[in-house]
Write a protein that binds this ligand. Structure first.
Ligand code: SF4
Ligand code: SF4
Length: 287
C-alpha cells in the first residue's frame, strides 16, 4: 500500500444503526432483495436506510462502457431481462421506501440503449408505490432525442446524469462519454420539465479551479442539484487516487456551488450521488 492509497482519517465512517435501518435490513434479507447500498458496501447505508431511501442497479452486471473509476465490469451484457422493472418496483414496495434511486449500466448493445428498461422501471415503481419518489441516474443514451424523450416521459422526480469529471481529463476517465454531450443530456432533461442533478468525483487529477469551471458549465446547462464526492479506487486496475480532498475543500466547493446558483448541494468525502437523495430533492423543491 503506497501512502496515497491509504485513506485519511476523515474517510472513516461510524456505524450507527437505527430502527428503520434494522427493519429494512430484515426485509431485505427475508425477501432476498438486492440493493446497491449493500452490494457496494456503501458506508452511508445507516443514514440512507434510516430515511428509507435505497438504490437499485438495473440492466445487469456487465456494462458496455469502461469508465476508469467504476467498479462495474465491462463486457457483453446478458439478454435484456424484461421482468426486471417489476421486480425492482416490488422491492421498493416490500422495503416500504420513501425514495428510491435507480441507476444502471450503459446498454449500447441494445437498439434502444436500454431506454425502455429505464423508463419502464420508473413507471412501475410509481404505479406500485404512489407515494415514493424515484430518482433516475441514467447514462447518456448517446444523446439521441427519441430515446431521451422516452425516458423523460416516465417522469422521475429527479433525472440525474453524472458528469463526474472535468474536460481536461474527461476522455481518459470516461472514454465512451463526451463532456459536452453529457451537458446536453442535462439541458434536454431540464427542458422536458424535470428536476436535474449531476455529480463530480474529485481526486482523479482535476484542480479546484477546474471544479469551479465544471460547476459553472453544469449550472449553465440547467443542472439544479449537485453532489461532489471523493474518488475511491475500486482496484489497482482502476485510475489511481490522485489526491484526498480535505473536508475544508468540500466546504469551499459547496459554497461555490451555492453561489453559482444550484438549488441543492451535497459535498463531502463520503457523499455518493445517491446519498440522502430524497432529502436533497425535498430541500430543492421546497426552495
Ligand atoms: Fe460504470 Fe456507468 Fe461507466 Fe458503465 S457507464 S462503466 S456503469 S460509470
Ligand atoms: Fe444506498 Fe446511495 Fe445511500 Fe449509499 S449513498 S446507502 S448507495 S442510497
Amino acid at each position: 500500500e503506497t501512502p496515497i492509497e491509504r485513506k485519511p482519517s476523515w474517510i472513516r465512517t461510524k456505524a450507527r444503526t437505527g430502527p428503520q435501518y434494522t427493519e429494512l435490513k430484515g426485509l431485505v434479507r427475508s425477501g432476498g432483495l438486492h440493493t446497491v447500498c449493500e452490494e457496494a458496501g456503501c458506508p452511508n447505508i445507516y443514514e440512507c436506510w434510516e430515511d428509507r431511501e435505497a438504490t437499485f442497479l438495473i440492466g445487469g452486471e456487465q456494462c458496455t462502457r469502461r469508465c476508469d473509476f467504476c467498479q462495474i465490469d465491462t463486457g457483453k451484457p446478458a439478454d435484456l431481462d424484461r421482468d426486471e422493472p417489476r421486480r425492482v418496483a416490488e422491492s421498493v414496495q416490500q422495503m416500504g421506501l420513501r425514495y428510491s434511486t435507480v441507476t444502471g449500466v450503459a446498454r449500447d448493445d441494445l437498439p434502444d440503449g436500454g431506454a425502455w428498461l429505464y423508463a419502464e422501471t420508473v413507471d412501475q415503481i410509481h404505479r406500485m408505490n404512489p407515494g415514493t419518489g424515484v430518482e433516475l441516474l441514467a447514462p447518456d443514451f448517446n444523446n439521441r432525442d427519441e430515446l431521451l424523450d422516452e425516458v423523460f416521459a416516465s417522469r422521475p422526480e429527479v433525472f440525474a446524469h453524472n458528469l463526474e469529471t472535468v474536460p481536461r481529463i474527461f476522455k481518459r476517465i470516461r472514454p465512451a462519454f463526451r463532456y459536452d454531450r453529457s451537458l446536453d443530456v442535462i439541458t434536454k432533461a431540464r427542458a422536458a420539465g424535470l428536476v436535474t442533478k449531476s455529480n463530480l468525483i474529485l481526486g482523479m487529477g482535476e484542480t479546484p479551479d477546474e471544479v469551479t469551471a465544471a460547476l459553472r458549465d453544469l449550472h449553465d446547462a440547467g443542472c439544479e442539484i449537485i453532489t461532489i464526492t471523493q474518488y475511491l479506487r475500486p482496484s489497482p486496475r482502476h485510475h489511481p487516487v490522485e489526491r484526498w480532498v480535505k473536508p475544508e475543500e468540500f466546504v469551499a466547493h459547496s459554497e461555490t456551488a451555492e453561489a453559482i446558483g444550484f438549488a441543492g448541494v451535497m459535498a463531502g468525502p463520503l457523499v455518493r450521488s445517491s446519498y440522502r437523495a430524497g432529502r436533497l430533492y425535498a430541500q430543492t423543491v421546497a426552495a
